[in-house]
Design a protein around this ligand. Structure first.
Ligand SMILES: Cc1cc2nc3c(=O)[nH]c(=O)nc-3n(C[C@H](O)[C@H](O)[C@H](O)COP(=O)(O)OP(=O)(O)OC[C@H]3O[C@@H](n4cnc5c(N)ncnc54)[C@H](O)[C@@H]3O)c2cc1C
Length: 372
């Protein structure tokens, strides 16, 4: 019987690693501090939602706010509208349901305990590090922590009223932000709004005021925030993905997944699906003969996967364009690109391939994924 592999962090990336390692016959022990409502827009692709429902039996209908209408807005009153791209889920409910689901698996043991360096649980010689953006991650990955860029976001919730016949989600791009803003709403007139990207701290509050004003003036959303916004960071590794995936500390090899590796999308900072994807690739890299994770294989699969998904030349081009200090007409250019390639881009988002990979891993990544 192989020794259990320890996973620290039982949210998206950690639970995915647990699920796929267990399916390979590897017992796992997951340590999670607590189930909590992580700050998040909660947008997931429709493909991932289907996967959660059909493959894992997660009751997404309980958390899914299905409003298909999305308006992509640019500066100078330009916008492009589209339908059916993503759904909004509650992170609390998703974590709770994933944990309940995985607790039924014979090879998975989930314990609620906060791990610290001094007061840690018994760790396996290879331990999966799924602790997201946290002090624990920082202690383990050391100098790599400082090489990350961050999407700095302000997030807040509240209620809205609108005279619009067709209220919908809203994504807002402004080159001065070097990022994006979002307003995701539900049928009960609740919203969650975030604004950020790779931005300069000094303009984020100014942009927050502008964003609210734009929602009111331009789109007739009468926004009533519950409280002032909270600021959060999403770690992102940008271009040439040549970063380590494992880190040694006190004789333990920690293998990173999800936010630990800065996998969120470089433009929109969506990190849920990349986190799940990386856990799956850890499972794919488990070698039954040696009872260990083949880290070189994991790194290879992850890099290949990123190049096919969120680090495609197009994503890199747009993320670089947004981040450039001096680049004339980039708002106009973003709008023109969106308008011109509207169908192609929305088609791509619809088939947002983080999950197309899991459905059809053998086709796209060149290796045979375990059948479901
Ligand atoms: C404001 C905001 C909005 C976002 N919006 C979106 C969005 O709309 N769509 C999207 O796809 N992504 C979004 N993201 C990004 C997304 O939330 C992350 O990329 C994703 O949560 C990463 O998953 P993870 O499992 O790697 O880390 P996490 O979700 O952070 O999970 C880490 C887990 O580890 C646990 N943990 C940490 N330390 C310890 C310890 N010492 N001991 C035990 N347990 C520990 C934590 O409790 C936590 O449950 C957003 C992020 C932010 C901040």
């Amino acid at each position: 019987m192989p020794q259990p592999i320890t996973i620290i962090g039982g949210n998206i990336a950690g639970l995915s690693a647990a699920y796929y390692l267990a399916r390979k016959g590897c017992p796992v022990t997951v340590y999670e501090s607590k189930i909590w409502d992580k700050p998040c827009g909660g947008a997931i692709s429709i493909e991932y939602a289907h996967y959660l429902i059909n493959k894992l039996g997660i009751d997404i209908s309980a958390v899914n706010q299905f409003i298909p209408h999305v308006r992509f807005c640019f500066t100078n009153h330009r916008s492009v509208e589209t339908d059916g791209l993503f759904v909004i889920i509650s992170r609390y409910t998703l974590q709770q349901q994933l944990i309940s689901r995985l607790q039924k698996e014979p090879n998975i043991n989930i314990l609620f305990k906060h791990i610290t360096i001094k007061n840690s649980a018994p760790l396996s010689s290879q331990t999966v590090l799924a602790t997201g953006f946290s002090g624990f991650t920082r202690q383990i990955i050391g100098k790599e922590w400082h090489k990350r860029e961050y999407a700095l976001t302000l997030k807040y919730t509240g209620h809205f009223r609108t005279i619009s016949q067709n209220p919908g989600h809203l994504m807002f791009f402004d080159s001065r932000l070097k990022g994006y803003g979002w307003m995701f709403c539900n049928n009960c007139s609740h919203f969650n709004i975030g604004i950020g990207g790779l931005i300069e701290k000094n303009i984020i509050y100014e942009k927050y005021e502008e964003f609210i004003k734009m929602l009111n003036d331009r789109f007739y959303y009468d926004i009533r925030p519950d409280s002032p916004p909270d600021a959060w960071k999403i770690p992102i590794i940008l271009n040439n993905w040549n970063t380590p995936v494992s880190f040694y500390k006190n004789g333990i090899e920690y293998i990173g997944v999800g936010d630990v590796l800065g996998l969120a999308h470089p433009v929109i900072a969506a990190g849920i699906e990349p986190a799940w994807q990386s856990g799956w690739l850890v499972g794919e890299s488990y070698d039954r003969a040696t009872h260990s994770i083949d880290v070189a294989q994991y790194r290879h699969l992850l890099k290949k996967n990123l190049q096919l998904t969120s680090r495609k030349p197009f994503d890199i081009l747009i993320s670089n364009m947004l981040r450039m200090k001096r680049f004339p007409f980039k708002d106009q250019l973003s709008y023109a690109l969106m308008k011109l390639f509207h169908k192609k881009i929305t088609g791509q988002i619809k088939n947002y391939p983080w999950f197309a990979m899991v459905h059809d891993g053998n086709k796209k990544t060149g290796f045979k994924a375990d059948a479901f």
